[in-house]
Design a protein around this ligand. Structure first.
Ligand SMILES: Cc1cc2nc3c(=O)[nH]c(=O)nc-3n(C[C@H](O)[C@H](O)[C@H](O)COP(=O)(O)OP(=O)(O)OC[C@H]3O[C@@H](n4cnc5c(N)ncnc54)[C@H](O)[C@@H]3O)c2cc1C
Length: 298
């Protein structure tokens, strides 16, 4: 069965605007968007996808680390939902589907009396995105708490269970392939003091409110921090806060966040990234590397 046949069956939609599926709220359409709710649906989709050797694929979480090009993505976008958004918290740890929102997981873990995953409260992505990006903040990274993740490769139909070493998880990096779906992840937690953990959740959310441009369209840190300094500091020291291209500007509150207005185009985000990168390199010799991912750009 082809992808077009799955459009007829209702599993896939065609020409769906991706802007609303990202936190930047910009970008063009996906040629195909599949919302998969079960392992069975994922299997059906994989069988169709394997017949289309030339079609590119993107696994989508909450789009909180993505910039989709204005012309969109001329391939298959796969968004896990349904059973992939379920989780269980217990003595043996937290078993969570790849589509579970991280802040919800953080709060539920604390409510159940466990500690360790509080840092997820400030990361507005999913479990799958966190594994792929080794998301982290406040001194913790996903790899510190992950026993293993289950992955399903849409291209081969194969599965693997991999721990953080096998996933080569490092600072904002893993070897999760572009056609691999993180279906589930098993996290370690520790016995906690619910009051202390709730205070930690409040501390993190307060810090974010005070130091990051909340309520705006952005995708978190634009650049990875070089080993010796925070990227935001380098940008701030050059006086680049407020610098704008079109309706996108370097945040006044946090120089490593670029905030987009309602008329922003993805090409403006890319251009601002290039301008800032060049200015930082010229002034300091440091080559900044992007943490956000650009999708569908030529
Ligand atoms: C306000 C704000 C604050 C942020 N703060 C932080 C922070 O403190 N620390 C941090 O690390 N990040 C931060 N981020 C960035 C972002 O939330 C993380 O990178 C997050 O892990 C991305 O998850 P996502 O589900 O949104 O992934 P997406 O943006 O949808 O995708 C990102 C990557 O993950 C892949 N992916 C997504 N889901 C799956 C899946 N199920 N299986 C396989 N691959 C998948 C995608 O293909 C893509 O390569 C912030 C973003 C915002 C908007």
């Amino acid at each position: 069965m082809s992808l077009d046949a799955l459009v007829a069956s209702g599993l896939i939609s065609r020409d769906v605007s991706l802007g609303p599926y990202t936190t930047y709220k910009a970008g063009g359409p996906a040629r195909y968007l599949a919302k998969v709710r079960t392992d069975e649906e994922l299997g059906v989709l994989a069988a169709a996808f394997q017949e289309e050797a030339d079609v590119e694929v993107l696994i989508l979480g909450r789009g909180s680390n993505l910039v989709v090009s204005d012309s969109g993505f001329a391939g298959l976008v796969v968004k896990p939902e349904g059973s992939f958004a379920e989780f269980q918290v217990g003595e043996g740890g937290v078993l969570a589907g790849g589509a579970v929102p991280l802040p919800r997981l953080a709060r539920a873990t604390v409510d159940a009396g466990y500690a360790g995953l509080e840092f997820f409260v400030g990361v507005p992505g999913t479990v799958g995105g966190a594994v792929r990006q080794n998301a982290g903040c406040f001194g913790s990274e996903t790899r510190d708490w992950l026993y293993h993740a289950d992955l399903f490769d849409l291209r081969s139909g194969g599965t693997r269970r991999a721990d953080p070493d096998a996933l080569e998880m490092a600072y904002r990096h893993s070897n999760v392939g572009s056609s691999e779906v993180v279906t589930r992840a098993h996290f370690r937690v520790i016995e906690g003091d619910a009051e202390a953990s709730r205070a930690e959740l409040r501390r993190i959310t307060r810090w974010r409110k005070e130091n990051q441009p909340g309520g705006t369209f952005n995708a978190g840190s634009v650049f990875k921090n070089p080993s010796h300094v925070a990227a935001g500091e380098l940008i701030d020291e050059l006086g680049l806060k407020g610098l704008a291209v079109g309706d996108v500007r370097v945040s006044e509150k946090h120089a490593n966040f670029f905030v987009a207005g309602p008329d922003a185009r993805s090409s403006d985000i890319l251009e601002l990234v290039e301008v800032v990168k060049a200015r930082v390199f010229e002034a300091t010799g440091t080559k900044l590397e992007t943490e956000i991912q650009f999708v569908g750009f030529q």
